[in-house]
Design a protein around this ligand. Sequence first.
Ligand SMILES: [Cu+2]
Length: 198
Amino acid sequence: MTAADKFGIAFSVGFTVAILAFAMISASTHNATSAPVVPAPAPVPAPAPEPTPAPPAPAEETPEGTPAETPEETPEETPEETPEPTPEETPEETTDGYPTSADVSISEGASSPGCESDGTCYVESDITVAAGAIVTWTNDDTASHTVTSGSPSDGQTDAFDSGLIKSGDTFEQTFDEAGEFDYFCVVHPWMTGKVTVE
Ligand SMILES: [Cu+2]
């Protein structure tokens, strides 16, 4: 039903009522004169009431006192970095302050010239040990080397000679006699070292 229909119905009803009322008045007064018929005023649609905004809800009163306990965040346990166990250097047995054993590395890359400039073909290249000490050379290079007593300029002596030490292999020599023992690598004559025995 459209608004026009409603208006039509309201108008018809109002008109009919007005007619009836007029007829009744006419009948009661016996007034036969016709009066102008006034149509009932069209109903004015009441304006829709503006919605009043709801009053703001009162803020919830927070009870004073103990605040809600927030559980403390437990930090994730980070695994403690375990330092690599550094093998404790067992104090070398010494005789008169000199070690009775020593380790020397045939350094990586010693097969190419260059290490002789800072004396790192053998590390350490100049050591002092007690009489009777055992010196162990380890070949940390990829090439084979020797530990041969003597010097490149004066040649080999008969004190000791390792022969070819392959990569990763070791050579041990015991020094019973006091003295200075130069040595070199017969394959790479720039490689020189010295063992002093006290
Ligand atoms: Cu060598």
